[in-house]
Ligand binder design. Structure first.
Ligand code: NAD
Ligand code: MG
Length: 382
C-alpha cells in the first residue's frame, strides 16, 4: 500500500520539488491532497496530473466538488484521513495551524516551513507529544544534521555547525549592501527558492531562523549551535559528538534529497533523480566566519533566540513584514534589519506556552514593523 501525502504549498518551490521527487517514487507514495495560495492555473495542472482526493486554494477557491478554499483548507488537507505525511512547504506564519493540526492528528510533518517552529517551537513539540505526530526537517541543514545524528543517543551530541552560503552580498561592503535592489537580493548564488527565503538568505535572517529551528528540533542549547559561511553550499551541516568526532553531510545543492529523506526517514530508498556527488567537480571548499557588521539582522535573531518566550515569534513576524515591504520596493534593503531590530527592542516578549500569546506577539510585532516601515525615509505605508 502506498503512503498518502499532503503537500501544503504545492505551487511553491518546495512543493514543486516534492512533486518531482514523487514522480520518481510513484510506487511508494500517492498524492492525496495539495494546496496553493493563489496560483490557480498551476494548482489545476497539478490536480489534473496527480488526481488528489483534495485540492485547496486558499485565495479564490470555489469550495465545490472536493475542493477547499480559505485558510481552513490547509487544516483540512493536513488532517485528511488518507494522509500519513504532510509536506509543509508554506512560507511564513500561515503554516502554523496546519502543522499543529497534523501533529495532533498523529501525522508526520515533513517541515520546510521553518517559521512555524521559530514562532511556536514549544507548542509544536507539545502537539506532537499529545497527538503522536512527528516533525522531520526538510531544511537542508537540519536534514544534514538528522542524517549525522540518526541512531545516536541525544547525550552523545555536543555541537551543531550549520552552513550558510552567505547569499549574494557576502563580499559586498555594508554601505553597498544597505542600498541593494530587489533584483540583486533575489540573485542567490547557489539555490533557486521562493522570494521570501531568498531575501532571508541575503540578510542571513534565514540562518538565525535555522539556529532557532535547530534548537527546537535537536534540543541543543544556543551556545552549541554555530554557523559558518560556506559559499559552495556542498557541506550542509556538521554534527560534533562528545568525543570530539565530527560528521558532515555532503552533496551538490538540491532540495530533492532532503525532501526524499524526510519522506522515507529513517530508511533510505533507491533514487536516481539528482546529480551524484563528485568531489573533484565540487572542487575547493571554503569556510569563513560570519561578519556581524555585514549581516546585522543575524545578531538580532540570535539575541531574540536567547531571550526566548515570544521573542523569536516577534523576530519572525517583524522580518515577514519587512521583507514584504522590501519586495514591494517600499523600503531599502538596509531598513529590513533596522525594522526588525526596532520591533524586537520595543516588543515585550511574553510566555510562548499558549497559541493565544504566540499569535498576540505575532500581531503586535507586525503592527510595530508596519509602523517602523512608515517611519524614517518617508517611505509609504504597507
Ligand atoms: P514559495 O514562495 O516558492 O512557495 C510558498 C508556497 O506557500 C506557495 O505554494 C504558496 O502558494 C503558499 N503560500 C504562500 N502564502 C500562503 C498563505 N498565506 N496561505 C497558504 N499558502 C500560502 O516558497 P518556498 O521557497 O517553497 O519556501 C517554502 C518554505 O520552505 C519556507 O518556509 C522556506 O523558508 C522553506 N524552505 C525553502 C527552501 C527552498 O529551497 N525553496 C529550502 C529550505 C526551506
Ligand atoms: Mg536551509
Amino acid at each position: 500500500m502506498s503512503v498518502g501525502i499532503a503537500i501544503l504549498g504545492s505551487t511553491g518551490s518546495i512543493g514543486r520539488s516534492t512533486l518531482q521527487v514523487l514522480a520518481r517514487q510513484r510506487e511508494r507514495f500517492r498524492v492525496v491532497a495539495i494546496t496553493g495560495h493563489s496560483n490557480k492555473d498551476l494548482l489545476a495542472q497539478q490536480a489534473a496530473e496527480w488526481e488528489p482526493a483534495f485540492v485547496g486554494l486558499v485565495n479564490g477557491g470555489t469550495g465545490d466538488g472536493g475542493q477547499g478554499k480559505g485558510t481552513a483548507c490547509l487544516v483540512e488537507a493536513a488532517t485528511h484521513p488518507d494522509v500519513k505525511i504532510v509536506v509543509n512547504g508554506i512560507v511564513g506564519a500561515a503554516g502554523l495551524e496546519a502543522t499543529l493540526a497534523a501533529l495532533r492528528a498523529g501525522k508526520r510533518v515533513a517541515l520546510a516551513n521553518k517559521e512555524t517552529l521559530v514562532m511556536a517551537g514549544e507548542l509544536v513539540a507539545r502537539a506532537a507529544r499529545e497527538g503522536g505526530g512527528e516533525i522531520v526537517p526538510v531544511d537542508s541543514e537540519h536534514s544534514a544534521v538528522l542524517q549525522c545524528v540518526a541512531g545516536r543517543r541525544p547525550t552523545e551530541l555536543d555541537r551543531l555547525i550549520l552552513t550558510a552560503s552567505g547569499g549574494p552580498f557576502r563580499t559586498w561592503g555594508p554601505e553597498r549592501v544597505s542600498r541593494a535592489t530587489v533584483a540583486e537580493a533575489l540573485k542567490h548564488p547557489t539555490w533557486t527558492m521562493g522570494k521570501k527565503i531568498t531575501v532571508d538568505s541575503a540578510t542571513l535572517v534565514n540562518k538565525a531562523l535555522e539556529v532557532i529551528e535547530a534548537h527546537f528540533l535537536f534540543g541543543v542549547d544556543y551556545d552549541h549551535v554555530d554557523v559558518v559561511i560556506h559559499p559552495q553550499s556542498v557541506i550542509h551541516g556538521f554534527a560534533e559528538f562528545v568525543d570530539g568526532s565530527v560528521l558532515a553531510q555532503i552533496g551538490f545543492p538540491t532540495m530533492e534529497l532532503p525532501i526524499l529523506y524526510a519522506l522515507t526517514y529513517p530508511e533510505r530508498v533507491p533514487d536516481q533523480g539528482v546529480r551524484r556527488f563528485d568531489p573533484v567537480a565540487a572542487g575547493t571548499l571554503t569556510f569563513e566566519a560570519v561578519q556581524p557588521d555585514r549581516f546585522p539582522a543575524y545578531a538580532v535573531g540570535r539575541a531574540a533566540a536567547r531571550a526566548g518566550g515570544t521573542a523569536p515569534a516577534m523576530f519572525n513576524a517583524a522580518n515577514e513584514v519587512a521583507v514584504q515591504l522590501f519586495l514591494a520596493e517600499r523600503i531599502t534593503f538596509g531598513r529590513i534589519a533596522e525594522i526588525i531590530e526596532r520591533v524586537v527592542e520595543q516588543g515585550r516578549p511574553g510566555d510562548a506556552g499558549s497559541l493565544d500569546s504566540v499569535l498576540a506577539a505575532d500581531a503586535e510585532a507586525r503592527r510595530l514593523a508596519r509602523e517602523a516601515g512608515r517611519g524614517a525615509g518617508g517611505e509609504a505605508a504597507c
